[in-house]
Write a new protein. Structure first.
Length: 296
């Protein structure tokens, strides 16, 4: 689990994240107003957030709060990504990092004035470790590696300030829970997808690939048990959990919702084809806003 990547794993990971030297895909981010209660979800007023970099890579949005959004972007660079902070009320952009590494998956650290990322760089021996790194939000220092002994981390999600879930690159991919206090690792599942979300009860939601079907599962970190929540939409690895507990995911230009308590199938919510949106991928929600990533 803590090994360096072999060649086959390295190639597999490059297909997922893109080689640092290759051209990153063009992706954009839109913002919608979100209203929800126990029965329904209302989405409206879509706004285009990344007009400042329309042909570039703008991805992996994560809300710091209702007014601030972190993204990974190659703004002012062709092949490397840094972390930007978008102020949604003041309409300003702040560059938080400028490094020689690729920086992905910005994520607020619970209970701390920090955010974490996956840092991807090329070592002197030619390997390309992917490590979990954290920075102070005020950019007062250059940050630190969170878990020095693990260098094949593809994605991550915080349960709380002491527990973080890691997607480990490999064949098969592995999902583990890492306890920072005890430095212990607990296996959760294999053959998992990139999307890792935590619901309002503190349970982890993730996708697991079984045969040709991706299943959304919920894992209770205290009981150490998982259960099926829903079938994922075909060909869609990304989803989010809304404040009311409903799931949301994209299918082409449509946003689809699923109430685990009452729905048998995903329900169409809003179609964004009039904005020339063709493919929705990653989704991130706050209390009353929703950020979506779109691609051609």
């Amino acid at each position: 689990m803590f090994r360096m990547l072999c060649l086959s794993q390295f190639l597999w990971f490059m297909l997922m994240l893109g080689n640092l030297l290759a051209q990153l895909p063009s992706t954009n981010i839109y913002l919608l107003d979100l209203q929800s209660n126990e029965q329904k979800v209302l989405l409206k007023n879509p706004k285009y957030l990344t007009a400042f970099h329309p042909e570039g890579y703008n991805n992996q949005p994560a809300f710091l709060n209702n007014d601030q959004l972190l993204i990974s972007s190659n703004y002012e660079s062709s092949s490397l990504t840094d972390i930007l902070k978008l102020n949604l009320s003041e309409h300003t952009i702040t560059r938080l990092t400028r490094t020689e590494a690729g920086e992905y998956s910005p994520t607020p650290v619970p209970g701390q004035d920090k955010y974490s990322i996956i840092k991807q760089s090329t070592a002197e021996d030619g390997t390309t470790p992917q490590v979990l790194w954290s920075y102070p939000l005020d950019s007062s220092d250059s940050g630190e590696q969170v878990i020095p002994e693990i260098d094949n981390i593809g994605y991550h999600s915080w349960i709380n300030k002491d527990k973080v879930v890691l997607f480990l690159v490999g064949e098969p991919s592995e999902l583990v829970l890492y306890d920072l206090r005890s430095n212990t690792v607990t296996n959760i599942a294999y053959n998992v997808g990139r999307c890792l979300k935590v619901d309002r009860k503190g349970n982890l939601l993730y996708t697991q690939n079984i045969a040709d079907q991706a299943i959304i599962r919920s894992y209770d970190i205290y009981l150490g048990r998982s259960r099926k929540v829903a079938d994922a939409l075909p060909g869609q690895p990304d989803f989010d959990v809304l404040p009311n507990g409903h799931l949301i995911s994209g299918q082409g230009s449509q946003l689809m919702t699923y109430n685990p308590l009452s729905d048998a199938v995903w329900q169409p919510n809003i179609d964004l084809k009039d904005l020339d949106i063709r493919q929705i991928s990653r989704i991130s929600s706050s209390f009353d806003k929703l950020a979506i990533v779109t691609s051609e």
